[in-house]
Design a protein around this ligand. Structure first.
Ligand code: SF4
Length: 237
């Protein structure tokens, strides 16, 4: 068996274990390439893991189009979690539509309203959640484990693709004819909200296009932060 086949089988085994031992469990998909690999593995195996995405109100149309493509390809309805309208209106009224460029605090508050609060709603009542994060994605993810305790949400968190390299993701997508966001073909290896994501140059860090005006160490949206600290920055031996 090839290394790649072993990688895929290990990921399938992780997902089956989540479905068997952690029901109810959910998968937080950002509709990016990694998330499409997991979507394909979950839906094809008919695993009882609910897939949802955070519809922040600021996504690219290309990203939103993935919801329809998943429906067409797999006949599967991704659940959409949207921010509280009153909270978004108050933020915009007080600070302006794009105040997240003004400071890290303003950016984190926008992420809190549009992502963190809806995520908390989506996770409530579950035993585990799954992400498409990979260790190689950025300096904030170097110590990522496949399984970890998420005390902030009171459940187990799985990152089944932690060991995957970028070329593994694209090999799986090609081999299995998995639909993917067309922005990946336009220089966007990592895709978030439209005003906070830009294309990168060859050789740049894959997360360099996310919140590019901030320091690399600040580049998490709060979804993987505990008590305001990036839990994934650990000393490497
Ligand atoms: S990524 Fe940007 S637009 Fe999206 S929630 Fe965070 S600050 Fe707001």
């Amino acid at each position: 068996m090839s290394e790649f086949d072993t990688l895929v089988q290990g990921t399938q085994a992780t997902l089956q274990r989540v479905a068997r031992d952690f029901t109810p469990a959910v998968f937080a998909s950002s509709l990016a390439a990694e998330d499409m690999v997991l979507t394909d593995l979950i839906v094809r195996a008919n695993l009882p893991i609910r897939i949802f995405t955070l519809e922040t109100g600021r996504l690219h149309s290309e990203t939103l189009a993935m919801v329809d493509r998943i429906k067409q390809t797999y006949d599967y309805d991704v659940a959409l979690y949207k921010p509280d309208t009153a909270a978004v209106d108050a933020y915009v009224q007080q600070n302006g539509l794009n105040a997240f460029y003004d400071s890290v605090d303003m950016r984190k508050e926008c992420c809190r309203i549009r992502k963190v609060e809806p995520l908390n709603r989506a996770l409530a009542g579950n035993k585990a959640w799954i992400t498409g994060q990979r260790r190689a994605q950025s300096t904030t993810r170097v110590a990522l484990d496949i399984e970890e305790r998420d005390d902030a949400h009171g459940m187990t968190k799985f990152n089944p693709l932690a060991d995957w390299a970028e070329h593994d993701i694209w090999r799986y997508i090609r081999d299995n004819n998995v639909p993917y966001n067309v922005l990946h073909d336009k220089g966007y290896p990592s895709i978030g909200c439209e005003p906070c994501t830009r294309a990168i140059q060859p050789g740049e860090d894959v997360r360099a296009g996310r919140w590019w005006w901030e320091n690399p160490e600040s580049k998490e949206c709060g979804l993987h932060v505990v008590d305001g600290k990036l839990v994934r920055i650990k000393a490497t031996a």
